[in-house]
Design a protein around this ligand. Structure first.
Ligand code: PLP
Length: 457
């Protein structure tokens, strides 16, 4: 048998992140102010983010050096292994060669600490004492808690109340890494108090938790805010994944892959794995790069490319992206990390330009794929990750029909050890597939802000 896992030494951890901004096939529409429609400047973002991250957000340098202090923490689990899925291939009877880049070995169990560590570092450098953030199911909150602990920063996490009670072990994990976790809405912020006055039993929502974390950061000089996906600098930090994978595929004798599949919530793990290969595609390489999302939240496949708010509470700047409307209310699917109404602007632009394809999947076939994967390869995928696996398996099965010996790479974003309740529901036959109704999409799109383009002076 050829090698099962392709590992790199610590010294081969990338020295630089790959910034896709200068290579984008069209200019990226800037974030704009919701009142005036004018592009935001660095000063608008300074109360929330350190200047180094704001610079990265707007940078046109193709490569940005990774500070040694960041690389020293990433070394705990990076470079992550690239696996050849020999046993899955055999079970499928496919002539395709299937690989997966396994991000589940980080202490929090997903790709998210790749950016959390960098963000904590730049906040520490700028003299901040504390970072506030929101978390839904807890993956982002645990990644940031872990990262803050390593740089001696305090971490305040506003966790959606219903998840706080339903996922107590994620909270325990964050507290073990030293974070303070509140069930949101709290009575500590104006945003939270406003909600509690109207509804003392509010289960909370990601929108409310964002408002609380942003208010906390904006009203305390020693505190910043941090976001785990969507923004350019977050996608930038994730490119270590694809840069490592590229070297590993070369070692495996593959060169470039024919197909790349990844799941998309806000777009960060997908972009991290795919963007270094997008550069090759723009230079003429023939690669199918497929972004996978739930049918219950079909942002890229059925949304509109338009300026919209990043949050439900309409507090953020407007960004140009595919959107289901900021009023989108997700169905209770188990891939909690894939229920965002928008997606990263860089990714959306590449879908708009036809460089990246998008596909939507129902959750039951995704769990079918996840279980087949766990039973052949051993690793238990997060429900989010199962969308990428469904796509990879479908592509491998197509090769079985056509006889094509394609090289397929799956972005394995994280493990599902905290999601076994979802697997239980699947095995009990309690899962339902939801398709988002077209009327709802059209209704939500009526409420989009009126800007097609930035208003220029
Ligand atoms: C958060 C999460 C996602 C979705 O977020 P992206 O920013 O789209 O990557 C996917 N997989 C796992 C395991 C996650 O924790």
């Amino acid at each position: 048998m050829e090698d099962t896992k392709i590992v790199l030494s610590e010294s081969e951890l990338p020295q630089c992140w790959y910034n896709i901004n200068p290579d984008l096939p069209a200019p990226l529409p800037p974030p704009i102010h919701p009142g005036t429609g004018k592009p935001l400047g660095p000063a608008d973002l300074a109360p929330l983010f350190p200047m180094e991250l704001i610079k990265q957000e707007m940078s046109m340098d193709p490569w940005i050096e990774i500070p040694n202090e960041v690389r020293d923490v990433l070394r705990l689990w990076r470079p992550s292994p690239l696996y050849r899925a020999h046993r899955l291939e055999k079970a499928l009877g496919t002539p395709a060669r299937v690989y997966y880049k396994n991000e589940s070995f980080s202490p929090p169990g997903s790709h998210k600490p790749n950016t959390a560590v960098a963000q904590a570092y730049y906040n520490k450098q700028e003299g901040l004492k504390r970072i506030a953030t929101e978390t839904g199911a807890g993956q982002w909150g645990s990644a940031l808690s872990f990262a803050c602990q390593f740089f001696g920063l305090e971490c305040t996490v506003y966790m959606v109340k219903v998840s706080y009670h339903q996922k107590p072990y994620r909270r325990s994990l964050m507290e073990t890494w030293g974070a303070t976790v509140y069930a949101s809405p709290t009575n500590l912020t104006n945003a939270g108090r406003g909600v509690l006055e109207k509804d003392p039993d509010s289960p909370g929502s990601l929108g409310i938790a964002i408002s609380e974390a942003v208010e906390d950061a904006a009203t305390h000089d020693d505190c910043h805010y941090s976001l785990g996906s969507v923004l350019n600098h977050v996608l930038l930090h994730q490119t270590v994944v694809g840069l490592e994978a590229k070297k590993q595929l070369e070692i495996a004798g593959e060169g470039l892959p024919d197909v790349i599949c990844g799941c998309v919530g806000g777009g960060s793990n997908f972009a991290g794995a795919a963007f270094p290969f997008v550069k090759d595609k723009l230079n003429g390489a023939d690669i199918d790069i497929i972004a996978c999302e739930p049918e219950a939240c079909p942002t890229l496949t059925r949304g509109l490319y338009h300026y919209d708010f990043g949050d439900t509470a309409m507090l953020t700047p407007l960004v140009k992206m595919y959107t289901l409307g900021h009023g989108f209310v997700p169905a209770p699917i188990h891939a909690g990390g894939l229920r965002y109404h928008g997606d990263a602007p860089q990714l959306c632009l590449l879908v708009k330009e036809g460089v990246i394809a998008a596909r939507a999947y129902h959750q039951i076939p995704c769990f079918d794929a996840a279980v087949q994967f766990a039973r052949t390869e051993g690793f238990l995928p997060a429900p989010e990750t199962s969308h990428a696996i469904r796509c990879g398996i479908d592509e491998a099965l197509k090769c079985k029909e056509t006889g094509e010996e394609k090289c397929i790479m799956i972005a394995f974003s994280g493990h599902g050890f905290f999601d076994l309740g979802a697997y239980d529901s699947y095995f009990a036959g309690d899962l339902e597939d939801y398709e988002y109704p077209q009327e709802k999409i059209e209704e939500a799109l009526q409420a989009l802000p009126p800007f097609e383009n930035p208003v220029m002076e």
